[in-house]
Design a protein around this ligand. Structure first.
Ligand SMILES: Cc1cc2nc3c(=O)[nH]c(=O)nc-3n(C[C@H](O)[C@H](O)[C@H](O)COP(=O)(O)OP(=O)(O)OC[C@H]3O[C@@H](n4cnc5c(N)ncnc54)[C@H](O)[C@@H]3O)c2cc1C
Length: 501
């Protein structure tokens, strides 16, 4: 068993996962290890990850990246949440907005008071009490504290061009000593005794040896899957979508939110960037042909298509082990959940954070590997269940795809959560799982799961007081939203790339 500090890290793959890993390791290991990255321009990257969740700000801040510069460099925009259109029934829409909704009173989360108000006929839509959702719908954004006392700040993530982000991080990582090797890997050699990966041979014959290998090779999982034979847990019985077409179109409505519109056999995303709008149709190939899927996408763009739709194939699921031998899989090599809640880039980020926390020395203590695998498996399964909820809790029965979704058996853990909310309005959130109580609540309610009665304590507030409280809150949000600048105007002032939005 080798001893001593880790000295050689090899990152395999230069997509979003590879360069995020390279940037973070170069920043936090501060030269303690030699870091090399191999990528092949001939193979290319997936490059369609464009919508994120607010945690990305922590990642960028950890690297010391200036927000305004980052948005300029990546043609980015602000994202306040995701609007779900036609998910519960055709004609329905709701927002899963970031940040809080309403204001908690005493012991209880706000939604119990909202439920009491709803039952008394004095409450507006749940989203009317979310500052983020109201600002998003009005196409407005501002940074910093609101002028109305008691309202929280807007909580934002970003839309950005993933290819430009990878390029930006490449410059960052190379400036901190990461050495990039261009070329296709044609041979992987393992240690005869331990089975660990020892070295990689590139097409030009050059050999790169390492102690720890980070597999960021995308869906194929060159090291974790093809070389080490780590299996893949298939979740398509719950998440039937297995293909996508992606196409950018000319910019139109520059909204500070992502839109996810349900279609007959899947759903379509719309992500506004400064120089274009990203679009994609995620669909189940068992329910619609590729030609129909591409045609559906092209028929629902709000600007001229800027190219041909690009096909992508995937299987929802995860690697059985994300760390095997001396190989840690990060990004698509470790698993994939469809981008409905924009979680893939977050999973890259949390994989990197976990690796840094559990960083091994040359001895590769198996306990570190086991803990990494335990945490990774737990995290992605909780996100999986949250995504399944969007499909399961639908009233749609207009196509075989939606009837299947509505009638499918779901993981017991998710079934328990749905029952708890439907019967009592209580939300279960385990430990530090990604989606918060308010995230679950917005999707439960948006998907038509409305508890019959609120928490008993919410009923103790006098109806007139409750109505006054709700009206005052809604009024404060409406007033504050009206005072915010337009999203495009904010970007023009602070973050405009070459082209004006
Ligand atoms: C349809 C779709 C939509 C998505 N939308 C979002 C979204 O909105 N938000 C979000 O967070 N995420 C999204 N994602 C996920 C996101 O795109 C990925 O998480 C992200 O791009 C990371 O990809 P990656 O770096 O793991 O893999 P890739 O981009 O596939 O990169 C793989 C790298 O490995 C290299 N490579 C592979 N084999 C070899 C070899 N033999 N030799 C040398 N190099 C090799 C390639 O050259 C490349 O550099 C989406 C994914 C899909 C499929």
């Amino acid at each position: 068993m080798p001893q001593g500090p880790l000295q050689e890290i090899v990152i395999v793959g230069g997509g979003t996962a590879g360069w995020m890993t390279a940037a973070a390791l170069s920043r936090f290991l501060e030269g303690a290890c030699r870091i090399r990255l191999i990528e092949s321009d001939a193979i290319g990257t997936v490059g369609v990850g464009e919508a994120t969740i607010p945690q990305i700000r922590l990642f960028n801040a950890g690297l010391g990246i200036d927000e305004d510069e980052f948005i300029r460099e990546t043609q980015g925009s602000y994202k306040l949440g995701i609007e779900f259109v036609d998910w519960h029934h055709v004609g329905s829409r709701y927002m899963h907005a970031f940040g809080s909704v309403g204001r908690d009173i005493g012991l209880l989360p706000f939604h119990h008071y909202w439920l009491a108000g709803r039952n008394a006929g004095t409450a507006a839509d749940f989203g009317a009490y979310s500052f983020n959702a109201a600002a998003a719908r009005a196409n407005r954004y501002n940074r910093g504290a609101p002028s109305v006392a008691g309202l929280p700040e807007l909580v934002h993530a970003y839309h950005f061009d993933a290819g430009l982000y990878a390029r930006y991080l490449r410059r960052y990582a190379e400036a901190r000593g990461v050495v990039r090797h261009e070329g296709r890997i044609t041979r992987v050699e393992r240690d005869g005794e331990s089975g660990d990966v020892r070295q990689l041979t590139l097409e030009d014959g050059s050999v790169i040896a390492g102690q720890l290998f980070i597999d960021c090779t995308g869906f194929r999982g060159l090291l974790i899957g093809e070389t080490l034979g780590t299996g893949y847990e298939d979740w398509s019985q719950w998440l039937a979508c297995d293909r996508a077409y992606a196409v950018p179109c000319a910019s139109a409505d520059f909204t500070p939110y992502t839109r996810a519109t349900a279609r007959a056999a899947g759903w379509q995303w719309r992500i506004p960037l400064q120089h274009r709008t990203g679009n994609g149709h995620v669909y189940s190939s068992a329910h619609i042909s590729d030609d129909e899927a591409a045609a559906t996408l092209l028929a629902h763009l709000d600007g001229e298509a800027l190219g041909e739709p690009r096909p992508l194939r995937f299987t929802a699921g995860r690697r059985e082990r994300m760390w095997a031998h001396n190989v840690v899989a990060i990004g698509l090599a470790s698993g994939f959940l469809e981008p409905l809640e924009s979680t893939s880039i977050h999973l890259i980020q949390s994989g990197i954070a976990r690796l840094l926390t559990l960083l091994p020395d040359a001895g590769m203590a198996p306990a570190l590997r086991d803990e990494f695998n335990r945490q990774s498996a737990w995290e992605i399964a909780r996100i999986r269940d949250f995504i399944i909820l969007h499909y399961k809790a639908t009233a749609r029965d207009d196509t075989p795809f939606w009837r299947r979704a509505r009638d499918m058996a779901i993981p017991d853990d998710l079934a328990d959560r749905i029952r708890l909310f439907a019967e009592t309005g209580r939300v279960r959130r385990d430990h530090d799982e990604l989606f918060t109580e308010i995230g679950w609540t917005q999707v439960f309610l948006g998907q038509g799961i409305v508890p019959a009665a609120p928490h008993p304590l919410a009923g103790l507030v006098a109806p007139a007081d409750l109505a006054g409280f709700l009206a005052q809150l809604q009024g404060a949000i409406t007033r504050e939203v009206a005072s915010l600048p337009d999203h495009a105007a904010f970007i023009r002032r602070h973050n405009a790339a070459n082209r004006q939005v």
